[in-house]
Design a protein around this ligand. Structure first.
Ligand code: DTR
Ligand code: CA
Ligand code: ZN
Ligand code: ZN
Length: 434
């Protein structure tokens, strides 16, 4: 039997037989402490987005360039998927060369609004073609990562924001507009901007931006884990949208697989391919869905997700008093609810407006589950309501505004399986008070 005991993070517990469990969530060796490991991003999904963007270009004069119908159709396509996935989306307009341009911003609800992790890519092509590698590849990878965040119902400690920029090909116009209209106080909340422009080149190299060291290391350690050598991206200072953010002091990073430059023989030794251009269709009409290396697209899409999960969940919650119950509680299949309880004591006043609620439920097909936090006075806070479909296990920290609740008392995690076949159990339930 494991005890439900109060313990101060970092303090030595005075209680015998203390059940100590690590922070919930699988972590790879390269992850900072407390980070959750990202899911695999299905490259087939990313390629489907590219096929859709190719169709959009074909239906709009062959391109997706600023000021053309194909660009606005691209914005509408991406926005519709994000709206359906629960994002708060904003289409931001700007004018360039007398023509209206558009940025799309998507915020994932939740997380610390004062610490924003942002990923972005330009969605416009040049006028000569569909722009599938440049930059459907980055746009599709960022889109699919955002959709993966939704599928996982990720509750990161930081706030996640995604951006798709207009008129990059005309001089980073859309991202410059976004940054310029952002109040200084809002800029300072962005702890990282990650840029993805050309990440599926047909003769790929694996380049990591060397701007912010921590972001650079996040990407490098990911590729090291794959056994894929990387090089510092030397071509790009000022050459893509990260420059707009870097110019106002925001930490930036990103990935690149190469454009019109020729791969050296040493790079061929390192990465394979040929000593020709990384992308022979750069800014050409042949930049279509056949102008993609699937392995590079897959690896880089997974690296996008790795960075979002690592940087978005990587900061461990501030030290506080932890009340935890790690006793396993079986969840009966399609039946009555069960609970796991912790008794909170010694805390003055009310619970915080951002109460971290650590939940670890081992259960196949989490779409069966309804999960609630029950305060001592019986108030119910729904944490999970049948979302997630066939995904397995709930393994995350929710943030609940419990400021109207007196802290001390018996808090319960209530779990009910409301569909037949899949089963599981509550593995642990944890509350952390500042
Ligand atoms: N300016 C980008 C392509 C590009 C060229 N060098 C780099 C370096 C890093 C990122 C992107 C690029 C474009 O044509 O969209
Ligand atoms: Ca993948
Ligand atoms: Zn370009
Ligand atoms: Zn580009």
């Amino acid at each position: 039997m494991k005890l439900s005991v109060p313990r101060r993070a970092g303090a030595v517990a005075a209680v015998a037989a203390l059940a100590v469990t690590g922070l919930t969530g699988a972590t790879a060796s390269a992850e900072p402490s407390g980070a959750l490991a990202a899911p695999d991003i299905p490259v087939a999904n990313v390629k489907q987005h590219l096929a859709d963007l190719q169709s959009i270009a074909a239906a709009n004069g062959g391109n997706r360039a600023h000021g053309r119908t194909g660009y606005k159709a691209s914005i509408d396509f991406v926005k519709a998927k994000l709206d359906a996935a629960g994002y708060t989306t904003t289409v931001q307009q700007f004018t360039y060369n007398g023509t209206t341009g558009y940025n799309l911003i998507a915020d994932w609800p939740g997380g610390n609004p004062d610490q924003v992790v942002m990923a972005g890519s330009h969605l416009d092509s040049v006028s000569s073609g569909a722009g599938i590698n440049d930059n459907g590849s980055g746009s599709a990878a960022v889109l699919e990562t955002a959709l993966a965040v939704s599928r996982a119902n990720l509750q990161p400690t930081k706030h996640l924001r995604f951006g798709w920029w207009g008129a990059e090909e005309l001089g980073l116009v859309g991202s410059k507009h976004y940054v310029n209209q952002l109040p200084t106080a809002e800029r300072s909340k962005i702890s990282a901007y990650l840029n993805f422009d050309m990440i599926g080149s047909p003769n790929p190299g694996y380049f990591v931006y060397d701007d912010d060291p921590a972001i650079e290391q996040t990407f490098k350690s990911y590729f090291a884990g794959l056994g894929v050598p990387t090089e510092i991206e030397t071509e790009g200072d000022g050459r893509s949208d990260h420059a707009s953010f870097k110019n106002v002091g925001i930490p930036v990073g990103g990935l690149f697989t190469g454009a019109s430059r020729v791969k050296t023989s040493a790079q061929v030794q390192k990465w394979g391919g040929t000593a020709t251009a990384f992308d022979r269709c750069y800014h050409s009409s042949c930049d279509n869905t056949s102008n993609i290396n699937d392995t590079a697209l897959d690896r880089n899409s997974d690296a996008v997700a790795h960075a979002i999960w690592t940087l978005g969940t990587g900061s461990t919650p501030p030290p506080g008093t932890v009340f935890e119950n790690t006793a396993d509680v079986s969840v009966p299949d399609n039946s009555t609810a069960v609970t796991s309880s912790v008794t909170v004591s010694g805390i003055t006043g009310n619970a915080p407006s951002s109460l971290p609620v650590g939940v670890n439920i081992v259960h196949t097909y989490i779409g069966d589950l309804v999960v609630d936090l029950i305060a001592p006075d019986g108030s119910v806070y729904n944490l999970h309501n049948r979302s997630g479909g066939s995904a397995d296990n709930i393994n995350q920290t929710y943030t609940v505004n419990a400021s109207s609740e007196v802290a001390n008392g018996v808090w319960k995690l209530r779990v009910q399986d409301k569909a037949s076949i899949d089963t599981g159990y509550i593995n642990s339930f944890k509350l952390t008070f500042p």
